[in-house]
Design a protein around this ligand. Structure first.
Ligand SMILES: Cc1cc2nc3c(=O)[nH]c(=O)nc-3n(C[C@H](O)[C@H](O)[C@H](O)COP(=O)(O)OP(=O)(O)OC[C@H]3O[C@@H](n4cnc5c(N)ncnc54)[C@H](O)[C@@H]3O)c2cc1C
Length: 448
């Protein structure tokens, strides 16, 4: 162990945090490393610290900040797939995985949710009260990362992104102080937390909306190819949030020839218990947004087919998995966000209804991932983007939660929002701790 790693661990122990500090030889350490969704993100930090309270978060942060030269990472659910986004090799990981309380106040209809919670647990608790919030669509995704990155939800078609429903954040600043951020108190910080990722920092969120169990129409199309069997699957996740089984607006999808659709009525929590995306592979994700134009969708399909062929050529045992998900991003989504105070995406600037594409390649080893998965998927996305551009259909918007680490989502959020994030960063983190000492994730200081 290096001197700096030893002195950092000693400082955390001196601060009385030894009981929540896990070191490499400990079982808890191994368990927390293994709990990242993707093998790609399972880095080995010097130690992992798991605070149980906001006070412990603050103390851990202060101790790390005061230990010059020690970098650190922040994680909640650990679902972001790229290496270093939520974890670190040379440094300490602050793991919010023990902060998992959800409480609901029926008088105010406000849910208070801690960042280490998984969405399925949040929904299960809220459904006991006949209430619901707009969050992740896969049960084990974490609250902290999804919300600070925005949050595409079953309810986006009706209420905007997950972050648009938040009315208050409890924030631990880089100097260890704990502040509230809402429309009245620190409103500039409140706004940049809606999409600004880990450039600012929060531990607790309050959701206002009691969405009850009365949703809307949500559509997601996922195309997967299993190379070994050569099977192609197109899975539609169609959700009528009012519980109408044969919703009129979904008929076009339900009557597609060859479809085996069966709509059933369920609650969000029950649905998500069954819907878990398998983990434990080496993953690459890339995203792209383009105008709703059938020619571009067709091109994306062709490129995806060629990608499958290329991967089969380069990975002869066929031990990989690829998927491409297409989701609508109509202008109405941005209107819902603006009506709730706005967020950092700036998609209200867009003049067209759009499509949000996210594609993923999963492979068995880090070498195949870096030498094959990453470059082939990157090239495929570039080809779709270039075709979209040739039709004037490329939309310069990259949704942070779906980005690869080599993409630059903040640069696509519009000049005004970049300025707001830079100003808030200078005001609330004047020494630049979350820029320099938390190297992982997307950094606003790196945007020109
Ligand atoms: C299977 C699967 C399904 C998904 N489904 C959806 C979906 O339906 N909708 C959607 O929008 N996205 C979805 N995503 C993407 C997901 O939103 C992101 O991966 C998100 O970052 C995960 O949240 P997390 O808490 O697990 O984040 P982590 O991986 O723990 O962290 C991600 C980033 O957020 C930062 N961060 C985490 N907690 C905090 C905090 N408390 N304060 C400040 N920064 C913090 C981290 O430092 C890191 O940079 C999905 C991902 C997967 C793998």
């Amino acid at each position: 162990m290096s001197d700096i790693s030893q002195s950092t661990i000693a400082n955390l122990e001196k601060a009385g945090l030894g009981g929540i500090l896990y070191k490499p030889e400990q079982k808890s350490y191994e368990e927390r490393v293994a709990s990242y969704w993707s093998l790609t993100a399972q880095l080995k930090p010097w130690a992992i610290i798991q605070p149980r309270t906001t006070k412990e978060v603050s103390k851990a942060l202060q101790t790390l900040v005061n230990t010059t030269d020690c970098n650190f990472a922040i994680r909640s659910g650990g679902h972001m797939a790229w290496a270093g986004s939520n974890n670190i090799e040379a440094g300490i990981t602050i793991d919010l995985g023990l902060l998992t309380t959800t409480t609901y106040n029926p008088e105010t209809k406000i849910a208070s949710i801690q960042p280490g919670s998984r969405w399925v647990d949040v929904y299960t608790e809220l459904e006991k009260h006949g209430a619901m919030v707009a969050g992740g669509r896969e049960g084990l995704v974490g609250v902290g990362g999804l919300l600070t990155g925005g949050g595409k939800t079953f309810y986006t078609c009706r209420y905007g992104f997950a972050c648009d429903q938040v009315i208050n954040y409890e924030v631990v600043l880089a100097d260890g102080s704990v502040v509230e951020a809402n429309r009245e108190t620190n409103p500039d910080l409140f706004l940049v937390l809606k999409g600004g990722s880990n450039n600012f920092w929060h531990t607790f969120v309050d959701f206002t909306k009691n969405l009850a169990l009365n949703p809307d129409d949500h559509i997601l199309a996922m195309w997967t190819i299993l190379p070994q069997t050569k099977d192609h699957f197109i899975t539609m996740v169609l959700t009528n949030l009012d519980g109408v089984e044969n919703s009129k607006s979904l008929q076009g999808f339900l009557t597609i020839p060859g479809g085996q659709g069966n709509m059933t009525t369920s609650t969000v929590a029950k649905k998500l218990v069954d819907f878990l995306v398998p983990s434990g592979k080496h993953d690459t994700w890339f995203t792209l947004t383009f105008k709703l134009d059938a020619r571009i969708i067709k091109k994306a399909a062709e490129v995806f087919e060629s990608l499958a062929e290329e991967l089969k050529r380069q990975i002869p045992d066929g031990n990989f998995y690829i998927s491409m998900v297409l989701q609508p991003l109509p202008r109405s989504f941005a209107r819902h966000s603006v009506a709730r105070g706005g967020n950092m995406f700036g998609i209200e600037r867009l003049q067209d209804d759009c499509v949000l594409l996210v594609a993923a390649v999963e492979v068995e080893t880090p070498e195949i991932s870096s030498q094959v998965g990453f470059p082939t998927l990157k090239a495929a996305i570039a080809e779709i983007e270039s075709y979209a551009r040739s039709l004037n259909g490329d939309i310069g918007f990259l949704y942070l939660n779906y980005c690869d680490g080599s993409q630059n989502p903040f640069s696509t959020y519009g000049e005004e929002n970049i300025k707001k994030m830079k100003e808030a960063s200078a005001k609330y983190d004047p020494t630049g701790i979350f820029q320099a000492r938390v190297p992982g994730g997307f950094k606003i200081s790196k945007v020109e």
